[in-house]
Design a binder for this molecule. Sequence first.
Ligand code: B16
Ligand code: MG
Length: 218
Amino acid sequence: MKGALFDLDGVIADTAVYHFQAWRKLVKDHFDRELPDELEEKTKGVSRVDSLKVILNYLGITVPQEQFDAMAAEKNEAYRRLLAGLTSADILPGIPELITQMKEHGVKLSLASASMNGPFILEKLGLSDTFDAIADPSKVAAGKPAPDIFLEAASEIGVDSDDCVGLEDSVAGITAINAAGAFSVGVGSPNELGHAKLLVPNTAALHFDEIEQAWERR
Ligand code: B16
Ligand code: MG
């Protein structure tokens, strides 16, 4: 295990809730409609533009390109406002310890988030200097579930993706890690993340030794 490819939203910090809160507000303000809980999973790990497509498709609404772009920008502004108070206290349980142990074992850390706000969020969490690289989602051709962002994250730390673990909380993200040839570690429920090679219920249950043992047995 030479590299760890981290998802951000839902793995390092619980920003996934803010994403969906911002989408709900957008839809309420524009169309006076509500979004069901199950759409949250369908937009997890999915890019801003693709998430808006999923949402409009659910609502059965089509909008001109100009309005589409304006809505995506408006959602991002609402999301950034929700992130304003984010601090290192918002790093999810177990993550600081896991990061420390990975670094002690010489594992390089790379961010593989679909979010354009990744650098901003790492900065707010005080983790910018902790990561060896941040893969730029605007540089990859296809978003999760395609493997591209994980391949890019591995390449940024100069490690073959076969020698990496990938940590994810989304269905699309686990599919992407498996397709990249890295060892997938899922954080969530077996109902959704049954395709993860190692699955834990929450970030507090992420332990370096167990990940390493599962990696050895892979
Ligand atoms: P942004 P991850 C993903 O981050 C989120 O899970 C997803 O809900 C969001 O739409 C996507 O980032 C794009 O985020 O609008 O900030 O560029 O889970 O891949 O870290
Ligand atoms: Mg995520």
